[in-house]
Design a protein around this ligand. Structure first.
Ligand code: SF4
Ligand code: SF4
Length: 382
């Protein structure tokens, strides 16, 4: 759904169950099958959502999450009907991320009929052997064609594991070749990597090189979430003290019992009671609660260095003080993003607006100058 009046969408989520039918190797959640949302609680959440749309937002995207949300398919349908009956005058859409395994013919029929108002996003990790290793041997249980046919513009969500990193480029190219243009979630926030370990830098370099070659010549110039950084933002003279996400404001999360929490990451499935209580004391409206001043003032790539405050809290017990163990890998990825821009400009500079082009070229120069020396020991493989 497009945002209305260029305002951001209100994007709350409802956790309909803590239960999951898979046991993915990187999952950080605790799955307790007793915790499921009742229809009464779900209706109360929907009432709250449509009566509390922030003034600076327009349109509502209600996301169902779990566990695996399709375990509660009957509840999803009931919530859809309730919302339609009571709030059809508000522009809204429903969304759920699924592992795809439970989708049977009855569900497919319903989703086909409601595909314009209810979108399913598929979690898919790449090559069948990699997906199977990460996600409980589930590749052959997914009707991938159904997702492509029903929501052709929808991307997939890919999560990295130690195992998939070895074939990162092949996994990404495989997914694009299946027909998905967008790949979200290729990020460094999930999983248990210690990104300060140099072995990951050595693994990533050849994969990033392959991806630069691929994206310079394929996929209509679109790239995955990891490599689509607007490096020209690094050249902005007046940096904005902005949050990376809507935590605590636009991304309100309702747990199965209706408890309101700041976002899908900051829940009892991830944090203990004491940590959650501390988290809830945060002033979420104040962007400064989420800005590391050292990053803001001294790091050139601050505007494009992605940040999930929830995942950061898990490591640093802070939203403000960033986990710097990821700096090196973020600089490396940004170097390859700069490389990709350089190749795209050589291929077709007319694809860029003149003003942007100027800033992109300045950013490419600075990123190479500042960060290439840090990777001197890898120059022979870069
Ligand atoms: S803290 Fe992380 S999971 Fe939560 S809304 Fe922000 S980016 Fe998303
Ligand atoms: S690379 Fe490191 S110092 Fe720079 S913005 Fe990211 S976390 Fe901060």
């Amino acid at each position: 759904m497009k945002s209305v009046n260029n305002k951001p969408r209100f994007s709350p989520s409802l956790c309909v169950t803590h239960s999951c039918n898979l046991d993915c190797i990187y999952c950080y959640q605790e799955h307790d099958s007793k915790n499921r949302m009742s229809l009464k609680t779900a209706k109360d959440c929907i009432d709250w959502i449509f009566n509390n749309i922030p003034e600076n937002m327009s349109g509502v995207e209600v996301t169902f999450i779990g566990g695996e949300p399709l375990i509660e398919f009957e509840l999803l349908k009931d919530v859809y009907e309730y919302t339609k009956e009571n709030y059809s005058h508000h522009p809204h859409i429903f969304y759920a991320t699924t592992n795809g395994v439970l989708l049977d013919d009855k569900m497919k029929e319903w989703f086909s009929e409601h595909k314009n108002e209810f979108v399913l996003g598929l979690s898919l990790d790449g090559l069948p052997e990699v997906h199977n290793k990460n996600r409980s041997n589930s590749f052959n249980k997914i009707d991938i064609d159904f997702f492509k046919k029903t929501w052709p513009e929808q991307g997939v969500k890919m999560t990295l594991s130690d195992y998939s990193l070895d074939n990162l480029a092949s996994n990404i190219i495989f997914i694009h070749n299946l027909g998905f243009k967008q790949i979200d979630g290729v990020n460094l926030f999930e999983g248990t990597y210690d990104w300060s370990d140099e072995k990951y830098i050595r693994k990533l370099i050849p994969e990033l090189k392959k991806l630069v070659e691929y994206y310079a010549n394929n996929n209509n110039g679109e790239s995955n979430q990891m490599m689509s950084r607007y490096i020209d933002m690094c050249e902005e003279i007046n940096r904005q003290r902005k949050k990376w996400c809507g935590i605590g404001v636009g991304t309100i999360f309702f747990d199965t019992d209706g408890t309101k929490l700041p976002c899908p990451f900051c829940t009892p499935m991830t944090f203990d009671k004491g940590s959650l209580e501390n988290i809830l004391e945060t002033d979420f409206e104040n962007n400064d609660s989420f800005i590391d001043d050292a990053c803001f003032e001294h790091c050139y790539i601050f505007p494009v260095c992605p940040f999930c405050p929830g995942a950061n809290y898990l490591v640093k017990k802070s939203f403000k003080q960033r986990d710097k163990s990821k700096c090196r890998v973020q600089k490396l990825i940004t170097l390859y993003c700069a490389d990709l821009y350089a190749k795209k400009i050589i291929n077709n500079k007319d694809a860029f607006q003149e003003e942007r082009l100027y800033n992109i070229i300045s950013a490419i120069e600075k990123i190479k100058k500042y960060y290439m020396p840090e990777f001197k020991e890898y120059w022979n493989i870069m």
